[in-house]
Design a protein around this ligand. Structure first.
Ligand SMILES: CC(C)(COP(=O)(O)OP(=O)(O)OC[C@H]1O[C@@H](n2cnc3c(N)ncnc32)[C@H](O)[C@@H]1OP(=O)(O)O)[C@@H](O)C(=O)NCCC(=O)NCCS
Length: 306
């Protein structure tokens, strides 16, 4: 009997198989199954964009495209974030990953999404139209001089922080070319990755900042590239996102425009296929803590229009 592969939206009956698949494909880490579970709880979650590869009734692959509103080159557009994707290790290299991605693009385009973006293998996604280095580092300079622990309260985001955080976010990201508009859910301000810690900063009861920092590398992310003397000058540099310039096999940020609705969003203005940094500002999830904004670094990015 010939086996058949079907790409279809997930159902609740697939949840356990999808969790096992991600745990297995990502080296028995529990992070990815948790990420999928958390992303399913977002108000914007669309089950039609959570696709399984079904071989004779068995789940052998899964991809999730999560809806977001983003600001891209001056346009507010509906976009999807591709993450995560996994194929059963024994069946990798048979086109299953590609079939999941192409079907996801087809559905996303039909549902009116203009762009797909991701953080992933920089040599895998370009074959599906993604442009690398579409977005990357975002950095702020935080003036810590005169800022005492008594005055700055640091805590995990709470529901009543969401409105002031939204205001802060829009101010901080007003001039970047690629920024996610966080939604109204607390989950939009907490990374689904348990290794990333989200913190809100209050001064005299007022929300003045927000950071997302990798728990295992807090010093690196807090200090970032040194400018003008680094921490010694009473400032700290915060950044999110990482990419390794020039490494063909590195993890990178990518974006694919679906094209027609977005004047200016084409392969000349978005991302890069040759490893060169695009001449544009970049964005990531970070807002300033009562300090002034530094120039965003021109690093990172893979992108595609669906
Ligand atoms: C990445 C993954 C989803 C691809 O699925 P797949 O079904 O094996 O992919 P396809 O069969 O469509 O494509 C195979 C091609 O992708 C390439 N490829 C697979 N993984 C790759 C990677 N990590 N980086 C670069 N290329 C990769 C293969 O070399 C092969 O190339 P070829 O066609 O030139 O021989 C799968 O390898 C997987 O589950 N990996 C573990 C989980 C993971 O890393 N997910 C992605 C996180 S960004």
């Amino acid at each position: 009997m010939q086996s058949s592969l079907a790409i279809r939206p997930e159902t609740v009956h697939d949840y356990a198989a999808i969790a096992d698949l991600h745990a297995c494909a990502f080296g028995n880490r529990s992070h990815e199954p948790m990420v999928v579970t958390l992303l399913r709880h977002r108000a914007a979650f669309d089950p039609e964009l959570s696709l399984v590869a079904d071989r004779d009734g068995r789940v052998v692959g899964h991809v999730l495209f999560s809806p977001h509103t983003i600001r891209l080159l001056g346009h507010v557009v509906r976009a999807v974030n591709l993450a995560p994707i996994a194929v059963e290790p024994a069946r990798q290299g048979q086109g299953i990953g590609g079939a999941l991605i192409e079907e996801g693009h087809r559905i996303a385009r039909a549902r009116g999404y203009a762009v797909s973006f991701l953080l992933g293998h920089s040599s895998y996604y370009p074959r599906f139209g993604y442009r690398t280095r579409a977005y990357g580092w975002s950095q702020v300079t935080v003036v810590t001089e005169g800022l005492t622990a008594e005055r700055l309260e640091v805590q995990a985001p709470r529901p009543d922080d969401i409105d002031p955080l939204g205001v802060l976010w829009r101010q901080a990201e007003a001039e970047v070319d690629f920024a996610i508009e966080p939604g109204p859910d607390l989950l939009d301000w907490i990374s689904p990755n348990p290794a990333i810690e989200a913190l809100v900063y209050r001064r005299d009861g007022e929300v003045v900042g927000y950071t997302r920092i990798h728990r295992s590398e807090p010093a690196e992310h807090l200090s970032g590239p040194r400018r003008g003397g680094g921490e010694g000058d009473g400032r700290r540099h915060c950044s999110t996102g990482r990419s390794r310039r020039g490494d063909a096999h590195s993890t990178d940020t990518s974006c694919r425009c679906f094209g027609r609705e977005l004047p200016g969003c084409d392969h000349r203005s978005l991302g890069s296929s040759d490893g060169g940094a695009p001449d544009r500002k970049s964005a990531a999830r970070l807002s300033g803590v009562g300090g002034k904004r530094a120039t965003p670094a021109r690093d990172g990015g893979v992108a595609r229009g669906v």
